[in-house]
Design a protein. Structure first.
Length: 298
């Protein structure tokens, strides 16, 4: 009870006076202190988002500041100038200008990245589309360089972890995004992909490589959609997050899930959902850290 009372009193009364005292002592507004004091990356950018979206703050916030976290990439530079004018900050303060510009690019870029990922997910795999078919065959050639695919519809697809004779049916949930992620990992981390495929054929702890890969695409997508990936991406990219960075995070998931699976030693593949959820919770926990960076190189 006292925690709620203190929270109410702080947000309603004490916070205003604390801000006033700090501005008096430092000569800087809250936004200036945040941009000048917080570490670059997630801590700074999430702090700005929190500041602009805070309910108690928006009561008196101007339209310029309220719109800042919703600005599009092309409008970021103008928005920075408008914010500086609104807060009476001199345009020659290049440190403030640069830091705010980077944070607003990160915010707008995250939204754009989600839209790009979502659009790719919505594209169904089309066996009549030559480009889709070429990507699928390339996946096979990267993973199974010593073995020719004898036919487009073939039991051989099960050798790399698809469920049946035709992989297109396995892409229904994640659309083309599932294939693009599998192909990206195989192209950029070929040795690791082949090693994990080999491990997935373990007589006791084996799993369906491609199906699990598509499942991990869904995990990466859901983390992006609900905003959980913000700390990681804001620490990795000093500017606009790109599709490349989403693919790189997916590669991290594939590599780490394989390690996790063998460390846990499940009794059977029938327990996959249980361990998948445990792994998901582990990743979500890591993403709560403002300093998090989840890359395969690490």
């Amino acid at each position: 009870m006292w925690v709620h009372v203190w929270g109410f009193l702080y947000s309603k009364y004490f916070r205003f006076w604390l801000k006033w005292i700090l501005r008096l002592l430092t000569g800087k507004c809250e936004l200036q202190r945040l941009l000048g004091g917080a570490e670059a990356g997630a801590r700074r950018t999430l702090g700005i988002m929190s500041l602009f979206l805070m309910k108690s703050f928006t009561v008196l916030i101007s339209q310029v500041l309220r719109n800042a976290v919703h600005v599009e990439e092309a409008e970021v530079e103008k928005c920075v100038r408008d914010v500086m004018k609104e807060k009476n900050i001199e345009q020659k303060d290049t440190g403030f200008k640069t830091n705010l510009h980077i944070s607003l690019l990160q915010i707008s870029g995250y939204k754009k990245l989600y839209l790009n990922v979502e659009n790719l997910r919505k594209v169904p795999y089309d066996s009549e589309n030559e480009e889709h078919e070429e990507q699928l065959i390339e996946l096979w050639n990267l993973l199974m360089p010593q073995e020719n695919l004898r036919a487009r519809i073939s039991k051989q697809w099960c050798d790399i972890g698809f469920q049946g004779d035709d992989p297109k049916t396995d892409f229904r949930g994640m659309g083309l995004l599932g294939l693009v992620n599998l192909l990206y990992f195989s192209k950029h981390y070929t040795n690791e992909a082949r090693q994990i495929l080999s491990r997935s054929n373990h007589p006791k702890l084996g799993y369906s490589y491609a199906i699990v890969g598509i499942n991990l695409t869904e995990m990466a997508y859901s983390l992006l959609k609900n905003g959980a990936l913000k700390p990681h991406l804001y620490n990795v990219v000093s500017g606009l997050p790109q599709m490349e960075h989403f693919h790189q995070f997916y590669c991290y998931l594939v590599y780490e899930f394989d390690k996790f699976w063998f460390e846990e030693e499940p009794e059977s593949i029938m327990h996959f959902n249980q361990y998948r959820e445990k792994f998901h919770e582990k990743i979500k926990g890591l993403l709560l850290d403002y300093n998090v960076v989840l890359t395969l190189q690490d």
